[in-house]
Design a protein around this ligand. Structure first.
Ligand SMILES: [Zn+2]
Length: 122
């Protein structure tokens, strides 16, 4: 247990970020495969009850796909910030975003005070 806690923590976050990115991409890929299967099954099924269930599933999947795509986009942005060396630096005030915040939200581009200031302005 030697020093350099700060940089080691950020390296952990970077690893976590890549892992999450890969996981999300994988989930999105399998979800899209499932959606294709459901849509293919829909045309072949003449059962009304089944068709109704399939529609609900499709809507849920569409929502999940949208949420995952959004998350993947955020993670990709974070990864490119990581490569550019600006990861973990607040885009508004230039301060280091607390690692504890990055652990929860690796795609965070602003520190807490700036984020809440931006959200209030919306
Ligand atoms: Zn800030």
């Amino acid at each position: 247990m030697t020093a350099v806690a700060g940089s080691a923590d950020l390296a952990d976050i970077a690893r976590l970020l890549r892992q999450r990115h890969d996981d999300t991409a994988e989930r999105l890929r399998s979800l899209r495969e499932q959606t294709v299967t459901v849509l293919a099954g829909e045309t072949g099924s003449g059962d009304a009850a089944d068709a109704g269930t399939l529609v609900v599933e499709s809507a849920e999947q569409a929502m999940l796909t949208a949420a995952l795509s959004e998350q993947l986009e955020k993670l990709q942005t974070a990864l490119s910030r990581l490569e550019a060396g600006t990861f973990g630096v607040c885009a508004r005030c230039g301060q280091q975003v607390p690692v504890i915040r990055l652990e929860v939200m690796p795609w965070a581009t602003h520190c807490v005070p700036c984020q809440s200031a931006l959200e209030k302005r919306r």
